[in-house]
Each structure stands twice: as structure tokens, then as C-alpha cells.
Ligand binder design. Structure first.
Ligand SMILES: C[S@@+](CC[C@H](N)C(=O)[O-])C[C@H]1O[C@@H](n2cnc3c(N)ncnc32)[C@H](O)[C@@H]1O
Length: 432
């Protein structure tokens, strides 16, 4: 979609498609209404707002490879919508706040080149291994070759989370991976096992190494876990870490096709992973990125470092060091200052004619609408603003588009502000 007017027509006439049971996108549901349309008065004039069920799991099944939990991650269908619409094979897709790497992975699966950045080193640990996926038998053999000593203990008390013998295995694994890394011997299988083990550490089912606790993207503090154990009258039971890692690996690789594996490998060879502040990424050349799909940290809504303290411990990542680098702003003015810097950097790296899809949420119970903050920042950086897309699951049921919360509050609505680095000096389109 190279032309703005084509894009606006496409969004207005967008028709809901539905998966058939095998996941193939076949059926058009003609009775469904097309996009609802309104306008938002922004600093550059009225902007179109398109509301529809643009991307939902009802429409397209996502690759199982995405199923790694991360705080405030978006669904793969969201980046996919923009990647398919606004890029071609071989184009570069970027995410400056990459998290678990949803955008990057989806772009790689679709044969695009990728750049990932996140100030949290866990982001690369969770994403890179999924760009060069190993075979299950190789993972199994490597797991058997790792010496596991069930009697080992950790330097901190983790008995409220793990059975003594499970912890022995976790520490053995941690030590093995550390040594392989220090000796520059870490390979595809080690990195995969590190990624899966990091994901399996704690959670709320028997598929995790821990006793029942908070969901895997939110580690409880030791004190809180003691309380959970008391309330539930539970004690950690032994978990076989090797078989849980293998089981999760199988689940992740469940619906991989040879074409998907090939695309991932291709993207993986040229992928750039950065661990920088999104405002300062000189490693990315000017005018190279065709599309950015991203969601920034939202004010003080999510504490990425506290949520990840056990994952950081396992990977010898210093939580306090990350805490200082992460953007956790309490005041809207501070948040906009950081995001303004992010937009200038995005403008530098975006190709002329390229796009930025910037996901924002309602924060503080809808009293702050971040799209209204973000639009002037993008314009000031030099972008044009093409409008706002609101993806609303069960589109027909909800009437008040401004009154609903985004998926962080438990529903399935996302708001995306769409910017473009225009080919010519910006002029508001005569009609959307
Ligand atoms: C909303 S999450 C992104 C989630 C991602 N879309 C996904 O699907 O996993 C925001 C991310 O921004 C990262 N972050 C926070 N401050 C940053 C900064 N100044 N520069 C780069 N990354 C930052 C956090 O570590 C977090 O992973």
C-alpha cells in the first residue's frame, strides 16, 4: 500500500474476515458493518479515526512460536496487520520497545528484515533464539548432556518458589549457561534452552518450575509468595525441569512450517538487536526502516524490572541497573519528553515513504488519552499523521468507542496512531 488514499479507502471499506476451523482466512461475513468512522481534532487539523475488528484471533491464528509471556505485550495479529499492509518482502521492520519481540518475530515470519531494540536485556534473551529455531531432538540431547545436580542451592532464599531439588536443577542450568556464555561457546541449543527456562521459571500451573504463583510475566516478591503459600496451604513440589523445557519447546514449535523456519533463519542472519534507550540508536542507519510497529512503556503502569526480578536473577542481569535505564515516568510531561526524543530518532531512521504504527493505551482509567499526546510529538518530529485506528474486538456489540479500556485493563481494544514520513511536504488529504 504505497499510496495514502488507497490506505484510507482500504481502512474505510475494511471487511471482517473469519478463520475457518483450520485457521485459513476464508469467509467474508457480508452482514458485518464496515469500518465505523469519526474524526479527532488534532493540532494539524481533523484526523480520521477508523474503528473496526481489524486484527483479532478470530480472524487469524498466530504462530505458536509467539507464546512467551511478557508484561504488556501485544498480540501478533496487531503487527501483522501493518506489516502486510505497509511493507513488502525484504523491507526492514523495527520495534524500538521490543519486549518479547512480537513485532520482530512476526516480521521475520513474513520474510522481512528486522531490527529490535529494548533497554531490557531480557528482550534479546527472549526473542533472538526464536529467529534460529533448533530441532526438538537436538534440544532433547542437549538437555540430557547438561549436568544436573539436585543438591545445589542458590545464593538467595528461593525456597518459597521452588522445591529444593528443582532449585538444584535450576542452579545447575544457570551455571552451565553462564559458563558456556563466558567461554563464548553458547550456541543455538543453549540460547533456546535459556529462553524457554527463563519463561518456565514461575507461573500459575504445573507447567512451570515453581509452586502456584502469579502469572509468568509478573514475579511475586519473596514475601508475597510466602503469603500466597500460606493462604493456599501449599508447598513447592518437585518439577522435572528438563521435561518441562522439552514440553514447552514442543508447544512453541507446534505449528511451524518449513517456509516459516526458512524465513526466520533468513531474518536471523541479518537481524540487529540493540539494548539502547530508544532515543539514541546510532547503530541504525538513517532512512532504512520501512515500518515501525511499537508500544511504548506507559507512564508508571507497568514495573518491568520488578515483574522480571526472577528472570533477571536466572540470567545474571542486574535489576537495579535496568531499573535506572527504563522509562518509568509518573508525570505525563516527563513521559512526553522521553517520547519526543523517541520520535525524533524514529524520524531519522525511517525511510522516506515509510510508516510508524504507534500503539497507545488509555491510562489512569481513561482520564489520559495518550493518542492526543502522541500526535503532536510525531508531527513535531516531521511525520505526517494519517489517523488513528481502533481495533475493537466484538465490534458490533460495543457502541461507545471512547469509553472502553484497552487490553491491559482486560478488554481487547488497541489504539494505534499511524504516522508517515511523507515523500513530499505534508498536505492534509482533501478527503480521508
Ligand atoms: C509495552 S512494552 C513492549 C511490549 C512489546 N510490544 C511486546 O509485544 O512484547 C514496553 C517495553 O519498553 C521497554 N523500555 C522501557 N523504557 C525504554 C527505553 N527508554 N528505551 C527502550 N526500551 C524501553 C521495556 O523494557 C518494555 O519491554
Amino acid at each position: 500500500m504505497k499510496n495514502n488514499l488507497d490506505l484510507h479507502r482500504y481502512l474505510r471499506e475494511y471487511t471482517f474476515f473469519e478463520n475457518d476451523p483450520s485457521g485459513v482466512q476464508l469467509k467474508i461475513v457480508p452482514s458485518r458493518p464496515m469500518t465505523r468512522f469519526t474524526t479527532l481534532t488534532g493540532p494539524g487539523g481533523p484526523l480520521p479515526v477508523y474503528i473496526n475488528e481489524f486484527w483479532t484471533s478470530r480472524q487469524r491464528q498466530a504462530a505458536s512460536l509467539h507464546e512467551i509471556s511478557y508484561r504488556a505485550c501485544f498480540k501478533p495479529q496487531l503487527p501483522r496487520f501493518f506489516i502486510e499492509l505497509l511493507t513488502e518482502q525484504g523491507d526492514t521492520v523495527y520495534d524500538p520497545f521490543s519486549g518479547r519481540g512480537t513485532t520482530v518475530l512476526e516480521a521475520a515470519l513474513l520474510g522481512r528484515n528486522v531490527i529490535s531494540n529494548d533497554v531490557n536485556p531480557l528482550s534479546e534473551i527472549l526473542c533472538r533464539p526464536r529467529l534460529s529455531i533448533p530441532d526438538l531432538e537436538g534440544i532433547h540431547q542437549r538437555l540430557l548432556a547438561i549436568p544436573m545436580d539436585k543438591t545445589r542451592s542458590a545464593e538467595i532464599d528461593l525456597s518459597m518458589f521452588f522445591h529444593r531439588e528443582t532449585l538444584g536443577e535450576i542452579v545447575s542450568l544457570q551455571d552451565y549457561l553462564r559458563q558456556r556464555h563466558e567461554r563464548c561457546l553458547e550456541d543455538t541449543w543453549d540460547r533456546w534452552i535459556r529462553m524457554v527456562a527463563t519463561n518456565r521459571l514461575t507461573g500459575h500451573s504445573r507447567g512451570f518450575f515453581s509452586v502456584y504463583t502469579l502469572p509468568p510475566n509478573q514475579a511475586a516478591s519473596a514475601e508475597r509468595q510466602k503469603k500466597i503459600n500460606r493462604n493456599r496451604r501449599q508447598e513447592p513440589e518437585y518439577r522435572d525441569t528438563r521435561s518441562l523445557i522439552l514440553r514447552k519447546s514442543k508447544a512453541l514449535l507446534k505449528n511451524m512450517t518449513p517456509e516459516m523456519s526458512h524465513n526466520l533463519r533468513r531474518a536471523g542472519t541479518s537481524a540487529l538487536f540493540l539494548e539502547k534507550d530508544a532515543r539514541d540508536t546510532p547503530e541504525i542507519a538513517e532512512d532504512t526502516v520501512q515500518l515501525t510497529v511499537t508500544s511504548p512503556p506507559f507512564l508508571d503502569v507497568v514495573q518491568y524490572s520488578q515483574d522480571n526480578w526472577l528472570r533477571c536473577w536466572f540470567n545474571a542481569v542486574d535489576v537495579r541497573e535496568i531499573e535506572q535505564k527504563l522509562t518509568v515516568t509518573r508525570k505525563l510531561e516527563d513521559w512526553t519528553v522521553v517520547m519526543a526524543g523517541g520520535f525524533s530518532e524514529l524520524f531519522r531512521v525511517t525511510r522516506t515513504g515509510g510508516w510508524v504504527a504507534f500503539e497507545v493505551g488509555e491510562v489512569r482509567s481513561g482520564t489520559v488519552r495518550l493518542e492526543e499526546q502522541v500526535i503532536p510529538l510525531g508531527l513535531r518530529a516531521g511525520f505526517t499523521c494519517e489517523g488513528v485506528l481502533i481495533n475493537q474486538q466484538d465490534f458490533t456489540k460495543t457502541s461507545n468507542i471512547w469509553g472502553i479500556n484497552n487490553n491491559r485493563a482486560g478488554t481487547n481494544t488497541n489504539r494505534i496512531v499511524l504516522f508517515r514520513k511523507a515523500t513530499r511536504p505534508y498536505r492534509q488529504p482533501a478527503s480521508f
